[in-house]
Write a protein that binds this ligand. Structure first.
Ligand code: ADP
Length: 466
């Protein structure tokens, strides 16, 4: 169980971020230490080489001025005055060691011989590190031609140099480990702080998964990415909740709209059964069953049409639709119904034909729905006026009626599926026409606007972009 917890911890983002932070910090620190170490090492060697090189110059001028004996004496004086372990060696061009003065037991002349010959041949100072058998440190040496066929070699122990560098190494290790530990703690703290918001969102998501849809992430007033994520998450939840509410309403409405006709069909069937075989009751029952079934099929088809239009899966190709002609034929179609209700349908169309690229069948349904509603929710003697015009690169179709109107609180809901105002329940209808109309308008790139005053009439405006 404990190892499981550790495994879980290793998979967390906080842990990985901490590892990255500590890793990058450690690599950067080691790189800096390495650069500093190289700089110190080369600087120390440069210093040493400079002072060794100066000895060669000094001895050259001494030989020139005072001769070989003075050089030999000076070599002894010099080696005695040195605090470091050092040596001086004079070598002739014929390959012979003239004198070796040293303040420590140093016996390794083989390597020096070849360096002396090389310096003589090249005529320049040659710097080199050499080992001294039995001596713990290396020696830094210079071999340089001092004239008159002599090469002077001098060298110094690298003990101090190595001590400084090893002190630096130990110090670096001492500093690096606590620094890495500190950076891990800081990294862990920063990662936790950065991911705190994500944890909050996860916690809320878990509660929502448990069925509590009212949960929301509490936001701070900051513009951090996590706060933005939380805000988007909240908006998404609002939308999902609205959709669930909408779906629930639709389901309730469907259930309600199915129950009434089914109850009526059942009632009629029962009566026909009680009438025990009477021809008229059976015919009555069959006729009303067909009518109820037609209504139900109509409802289901309209719902499927709305879904299809909203999903944009309509397979019909777009065509150039003559809008003037489409409106006129829709008005003609409703003329008998309007006459029966005592309503006058009027049109106001432009002289030139207006064209719209769209689905003719859907546009017909869009227009007929508004004309039908204008007549249906009207009073005898009322009017329905359909106006077509082109404005601001848009086709506008206005349906204005002098009917029963819509109250302000109902205006925002009439486009919802199955919604019907109480004032219009006496008229037949499913409450799906406006939902379909809106879906068609939007699928065509346009929209619908409505203005209405209760008991005075309504104005629906369809805008379709050209
Ligand atoms: P239906 O007409 O089948 O009920 P709609 O979706 O076409 O469904 O309309 C939804 C509701 O909006 C109607 O039930 C009615 O209450 C209201 N409505 C629509 N058009 C008008 C109108 N022209 N005048 C008054 N009320 C209207």
């Amino acid at each position: 169980m404990f190892s499981g917890k550790i495994r879980d911890l290793c998979h967390t983002l906080s842990f990985r971020l901490t590892l990255w932070y500590a890793g990058i910090f450690m690599i950067t620190t080691l790189l800096l230490i390495f650069l500093f170490y190289s700089y110190i090492a080369s600087h120390l060697i440069e210093d040493l080489d400079r002072s060794l090189g100066e000895e060669i110059t000094e001895f050259r001028s001494l030989l020139n001025k005072s001769g070989l004996e003075a050089v030999k004496k000076y070599m002894v004086i010099e080696v005695d005055s040195e605090i470091e372990d050092s040596f001086f060696r004079l070598f002739s061009s014929s390959g012979q060691e003239i004198i070796l003065t040293t303040n420590f037991p140093f016996r390794n002349t083989q390597q020096l011989d070849s360096l002396a010959l090389l310096a003589y041949r090249n005529g320049e100072k040659i710097f080199s590190n050499i080992d001294a058998p039995g001596y713990p440190n290396q020696l830094r040496t210079v071999s340089g031609d001092i004239g008159q066929g002599f090469v002077l070699q001098t060298g110094e122990s690298l003990a101090d140099y190595e001590k400084t560098l090893s002190f630096f190494k130990r110090f670096s290790l001492l500093v690096v480990f606590p620094l890495v530990a500190l950076s891990t703690i800081v990294g862990w703290f920063l990662a936790r702080q950065a991911l705190k918001g994500v944890e909050k969102v996860t916690l809320i998501a878990e509660k929502i998964a448990g069925g509590d849809y009212d949960q929301r992430v509490r936001l701070k007033r900051s513009t951090s990415e996590v706060e933005k994520l939380a805000d988007t998450f909240n908006n998404m939840l609002d939308r999902i909740q609205a959709l669930i509410r909408g779906m629930k309403e639709v389901t309730d409405n469907i259930a309600h709209d199915l129950r009434s006709p089914l109850a009526r069909i059942r009632g009629k069937a029962e009566m026909a059964l009680l009438g025990a075989g009477s021809q008229t009751s059976c015919s009555d029952m069959a006729a009303s069953t067909i009518e109820e079934c037609d209504n139900l099929i109509d409802m289901i088809n309209t719902m499927l049409d709305i879904t299809e239009v909203e999903a944009g899966v309509s397979t019909t190709d777009k065509e150039k639709v003559e809008m003037n002609r489409l409106i006129l034929s829709a008005c003609d179609l409703f003329e008998p119904i309007a006459e029966e209700k005592g309503v006058k349908v009027m049109t106001s169309l432009p002289d030139n034909e207006l064209y719209f690229l769209g689905d003719k069948h859907k546009l017909q349904r869009l227009v007929t729905n508004f004309i039908e509603n204008g007549i249906k929710y009207n009073r005898p003697g009322g009017t329905v006026t359909v106006t077509l015009k082109e404005e601001d690169r848009q086709i506008k179709i206005l349906f204005e009626d002098t009917g029963i109107g819509i109250s302000e609180q109902n205006l925002s809901r009439i486009f919802d599926r199955f919604y019907r105002c109480d004032t219009s329940r006496s008229e037949p209808g499913l409450g799906l026409g406006l939902s379909l109309a809106k879906a068609i308008a939007r699928a065509s790139g346009g929209d619908i606007e409505v203005k209405s005053t209760l008991n005075q009439g309504s104005l629906f405006i369809i805008r379709l972009p050209l």
